[in-house]
Ligand binder design. Sequence first.
Ligand SMILES: C[S@@+](CC[C@H](N)C(=O)[O-])C[C@H]1O[C@@H](n2cnc3c(N)ncnc32)[C@H](O)[C@@H]1O
Length: 266
Amino acid sequence: MPGEGLLLNSMKHFFPIIREIIGLYRLPSVVEIGADKGETTMLLIYEKKKGNIGELIVIEPFPSERISAWSEGKEIDLRPTRSLEVLPRLPLKDVYIIDGDHNYYTVYHELKVIFGKNKTERKDIVIFCHDVCWPWDRRDMYYDPESIPVEHRHRYTTEMGVVLHDEGVVPGGFGGFPIAVRRGGPKNGVLTAIEDAISECDDYRFFKVEGIFGLGVIVPSWHRDFSKIEAVIAPFADNYLIRKLERNRVEIYLELLRVCHHVVKS
Ligand SMILES: C[S@@+](CC[C@H](N)C(=O)[O-])C[C@H]1O[C@@H](n2cnc3c(N)ncnc32)[C@H](O)[C@@H]1O
């Protein structure tokens, strides 16, 4: 993808928010789902070394050499498989950072497993989710389409991409990986999954920071530090300026992709 390095996309950019909320716990257990190059993992390891995290579990089906080395060095507890294979067998933890497979089926079931375990325990958990804004808010993308049951998988393309103001897919848009050919509708995208999972239990509140593809923060209404967490997120949540800047950077990036596509074709 041309100019990919230009586009901020890691959850590490939200780390000041994440760190402040983790700091409300004493030696919390943290689960990171989806580590990729380990950019956020590295910051979590640093917090663990400082004594601000007690347990750090990383779920990543395709661990890089760096992630594997951290696992061998016992800096992380690596589970080298998919989230839905690990989460049901894992006791409830304090903090979840969800940034694995960005599609309805995966995110909805990740949340249902966590909410289900917390039904009787009513632990003061917090869940951070990435990609709650365009483009994967209302559109599935699949790291490995074959891992999603066919009846839960939208028709997808790997050749075409997405642009703003188009519910379909176009040549030269943002893509190059398996994405649903249509945006919107039921059971499509990360935000839709979060809304559906929360609406089915009604015990959780949702905050949204609309920059860098969107950070969602899910907090149970009974959380002992609910108002402190709310205060940490308040300056960023539903912020007009952040929303406008995000739209602007996406527009500029899509224009770059459009021009590159045009040049390659001509
Ligand atoms: C967007 S990247 C994560 C980026 C990272 N969280 C960061 O902040 O820099 C998504 C990662 O999730 C992994 N992944 C894909 N499907 C997954 C699944 N079902 N469970 C856990 N991780 C998954 C991918 O291999 C990829 O490394």
